[in-house]
Design a protein around this ligand. Structure first.
Ligand code: COA
Length: 540
């Protein structure tokens, strides 16, 4: 594979303008992440109370469990952003991948300083998403439980439906059956439904004085049975470890519990990172030839000005080496092979609109990767499939459908990064959320919507006017409608709106993308080979 020749002028004016604009975006991202890490507005009282009980903050707990000096890939840190009156930073739950004795685990840890760790609709989505990632990537799950269970005021949005609270218990049982260990440390109250999180685990550690498990808490017991009972007597760590057997290990302190947990993990017989069965070709990693931070100066400050995606690829892949597929054909789709942290990967990256040739070329590329068992990486930056008379006459609908069909049926691991616009069915063909990429990350410049705001205002105003058949609409009313639609589309295509709702697995700094993808690929490489699909290559 040859290195991609970089043509950017890192000292030029355009680069400096782009970079300055991107630094501002990153400052916003870091500021918003910091708010979550610090606790968010109005949480000082609950944090104080939490610490006064001698409890550790949720991220400090995770740090106690993972191997010293290793990174934790936190997912969807900004979930809940701008929702619930900004009262649920991180949706009150931390999920992510950490390494314990060299083995990667999924962590699901409640943040009891946010609404008592109870689960809001987005918290449930995040919990369930973490379990789905665990299942697909062969990860055991560590639950650090400190939760009030379902967020009762919104019980209709968290309790009864398929992927609601019940779905998390269903997944827990299925994960365990798939041989993926389910371990928990109980660090707070686990009431009613919440009791099943530890109860469904393979092994449970309870911390004396703070951990409690009961199907009905003291107030319910009093109301139902007239029994007056202290919380620890009803469901404390000593009762459950020495009498009921709901818990397997008793720890006097949190620190002791984490030491014990690390010890228990050693006996789970899980494959370590870097010890794969060998289905994926992994070479010695090489850093890219160009610094990843140069991506800030490559991405255009003005979304309407295109940038060369080869320059981005050159800053993500090993040695900046790239072996292009069909470079002379369908040039607004860049396809080719590269390595990330040594792992061979097939890259499909947009250079704007998807025309017929681009749709066919990508379909062919997906088929090649499927036949050769090579994971796929989609770098999305598209306004969608080409519309218009010529394009329709060339059958863009059926060529786009081939691509959508190929991506839906690809059995190799798929990963998606939103590096720019993600509009219309381009989102689907390029392996958007609906197509189950194993991980989907977004950059803070990304935008996702059915169409761009300027297109939407024209379309929606025209539809409204056609409905009124020209009757009784003043220019002011049309202008007001235009503004309303533009505002709606601007708001809803904002990357923070998207990440808040878990349309991605996290907004990340472009400079961190290579490392995040490297870990994701390493997870796949340590699993058995994915089941093979038909593996047919139809030349398009
Ligand atoms: N739904 C909604 N809010 C909840 C909640 C739940 N299930 N559990 C806790 N909260 C809120 C509390 O209202 C309180 O809010 P505030 O800070 O705005 O006053 C905050 O979380 C902290 O709760 P608090 O009871 O003060 O904390 P605690 O540490 O003393 O006790 C629990 C924590 C989880 C043991 C206790 O709140 C509790 O038992 N909650 C109800 C559990 C339950 O019955 N769940 C049903 C699950 S199906």
């Amino acid at each position: 594979m040859r290195p991609i020749p970089s043509r950017i002028d890192a000292h030029g004016e355009a680069f400096a303008t782009n970079r300055a604009a991107y630094e501002l975006r990153l400052a916003t991202l870091r500021e918003r992440l910091q708010v979550v890490l610090d606790g968010g507005p109005g949480r000082a009282r609950s944090i104080e109370r939490h610490l006064a009980r001698g409890k550790l903050m949720v991220r400090d707990r995770i740090d106690c469990v993972i191997d010293a000096g290793t990174a934790f890939l936190e997912l969807s840190t900004l979930s809940g952003f701008g929702q619930y009156d900004d009262g649920a930073p991180g949706a009150g739950i931390v999920t992510g991948i950490g390494v314990v004795h060299g083995v990667p685990w999924m962590f699901i840890a409640n943040d009891a300083t946010v609404k008592g760790g109870s689960l809001l609709p987005v918290s449930i989505k995040k919990h369930v998403r973490a379990q789905d990632i665990a299942l697909e990537n062969g990860l055991g799950v560590i639950y650090l439980v400190d939760s009030g269970g379902a967020f009762l005021p919104m019980q209709d949005e968290v309790f009864p439906d398929k992927d609601h609270f019940g779905g998390s218990f269903y997944r827990q049982a299925r994960l365990s059956a798939a041989g993926l260990p389910q371990m928990s440390v109980v660090l707070g109250g686990c009431t009613a439904g919440g009791a099943y999180v530890p109860a469904l685990c393979d092994e449970v550690i309870m911390v004396e004085g703070i951990g409690r498990i009961f199907l009905g808490g003291p107030p319910i017991v009093k109301a139902a049975l007239g029994e007056v009972v202290e919380p620890d007597e009803l469901g404390g760590a000593v009762l459950h470890t020495r009498t009921s057997g709901v818990s397997d290990h008793l720890a006097a302190t949190e620190q002791e519990a984490y030491g014990r947990l690390r010890e228990l993990c050693l006996a789970t017989n899980q494959r370590r990172l870097g010890r794969g069965p060998g289905w994926l070709d992994v070479a010695e990693p090489e850093p890219p030839l160009h610094p990843a931070e140069e991506i800030y100066g490559i991405l255009s400050a003005d979304d309407r000005i295109p940038f060369d995606v080869h320059e981005v690829i050159a800053r993500l892949v090993d040695g900046s080496r790239f072996s292009p597929f069909k470079p002379e054909w369908g040039t607004s789709m860049v396809c080719g092979f590269a390595r990330i942290w040594g792992h061979l990967v097939g890259v499909i990256a947009n250079q704007g609109i998807i025309f017929n040739q681009e749709a066919l070329k990508s379909t062919h590329m997906i088929e090649l990767c499927e036949q050769r068992r090579i994971p796929l990486l989609f770098l999305q930056n598209t306004s969608g499939y080409m519309v218009g008379r010529d394009s329709e006459a060339r059958g863009i609908a059926k060529d786009g459908a081939k691509m959508v069909s190929a991506v839906a049926n690809a059995t190799v691991p798929k990963y998606t990064v939103l590096i720019g616009g993600s509009y219309g069915a381009g989102n689907y063909g390029m392996c958007g959320r609906g197509f189950n990429p194993r991980f989907l990350f977004a950059w803070p410049n990304s935008r996702i919507a059915t169409m761009a705001a300027n297109t939407a205002q024209t379309v929606l105003v025209d539809i409204r006017l056609a409905g009124l058949k020209g009757e009784g609409t003043t220019d002011e009313e049309i202008e007001a409608l235009r503004r309303e639609v533009a505002h709606q589309y601007e708001t809803q295509s904002d990357p923070y709106y998207a990440t808040s709702r878990l349309w991605d697995d996290g907004l990340i700094d472009p400079a961190q993308t290579r490392d995040a993808l490297g870990l994701c690929l390493a997870l796949a490489a340590r699993q058995d080979a994915p089941a093979r699909g038909p593996g047919l290559v139809y030349r398009m």
